[in-house]
Design a binder for this molecule. Structure first.
Ligand code: CMP
Length: 139
């Protein structure tokens, strides 16, 4: 299976709950390599730019307000079949629908505050990594 890259964002709700370490530990146990990692607080403009694809959605304003309310941890990940495997590990967007043991089931509270972001394709994973990391910052 091909090696791929994907972006994880540990969202403000998960950082507030102090579960960043547990989420990173899980990703390491799942065989992901951490190519780059940074804790930062997104400006409103950065959040809007990152989620630009959703700008016409009714939840866009709420999403950007939430994503810029406190620190996040952005993590560039690599693994065989990284995009699909990561999506399986985080679970469904709405924690109420997520399988037991997934990150969103364990740590998410609602569809908006769902603990972790995941890229939805290999192409978007690469774009999203480039949004936060320069090439020379990645292992
Ligand atoms: P994420 O993987 O970060 O990608 C887009 C985000 O939009 C998604 O996770 C959800 O947190 C958020 N989202 C999707 N649907 C809704 C909704 N109905 N209300 C609020 N936020 C939503």
């Amino acid at each position: 299976m091909a090696t791929q890259r994907t972006l994880c964002i540990i969202k403000p709700d998960a950082v507030e709950k102090r579960v960043q370490g547990a989420i990173l530990q899980r990703l390491l146990e799942e065989g992901f390599q951490i190519l780059g990692m940074r804790q930062k607080r997104l400006s409103r403009t950065e959040a809007e730019g990152f989620y630009e694809v959703h700008k016409e959605r009714p939840f866009f304003d709420e999403l950007c307000t939430f994503m810029s309310r406190g620190p996040v941890v952005v993590v560039a990940l690599e693994r065989d079949d990284a995009v699909a495997h990561y999506r399986k590990v985080i679970g469904a967007t709405n924690p109420a629908d997520a399988d037991e043991g997934t990150i969103r089931k364990l740590y998410g509270g609602s569809v908006g505050e769902n603990a972790a972001h995941g890229s939805d394709s290999e192409e978007n994973g690469l774009k999203e990594i480039a949004y936060f990391f320069a090439g020379h910052e990645l292992l």
